[in-house]
Design a protein around this ligand. Structure first.
Ligand code: SF4
Length: 125
């Protein structure tokens, strides 16, 4: 992982998936962007759809590593591998996928915080 802080992208599976019903998604993303060492926090409604591909094609121009808080990591690696590869990035190196489904807001924040610590992201970059 590089010295730069990662961006945090949350995907909420259209907003209708019951997997996200236990948390307040706006509280989650607001707390994450304020309390955690991420460069920014954004929510996308359905990152694995075609417009999600188009979003990533633009977004990854910055070549910034991303934490993606969404669904199963194995699925994320498969779904986003090509988008990262097209920008000369490696999805296994440059993306940290986290499954935050069926979690409370506090639990999801703690999961992201733990991942950032494990990635060695500094608080004061
Ligand atoms: S990336 Fe995962 S969380 Fe997002 S819409 Fe697709 S399946 Fe749902």
């Amino acid at each position: 992982m590089s010295e730069q802080r990662p961006g945090l992208v949350m995907c909420v599976c259209t907003g209708k998936c019951p997997g996200f019903s236990q948390m307040d998604i706006w509280d989650f993303i607001n707390r994450a962007r304020v309390e955690l060492p991420v460069e920014f926090g954004v929510i996308h409604p359905q990152l694995c759809e075609q417009d999600g591909d188009r979003f990533l094609a633009d977004f990854l121009e910055a070549k910034r590593p991303l934490v993606v808080a969404a669904c199963a990591p194995n699925m994320q690696y498969k779904m986003f591998r090509d988008a990262f590869a097209e920008k000369g990035m490696d999805v296994k190196r440059d993306m940290t996928p986290l499954d935050i489904r069926d979690m409370s807001t506090d639990a999801a924040i703690e999961k992201v915080a733990t991942a950032l610590r494990e990635m060695g992201v500094k608080e004061d970059v």
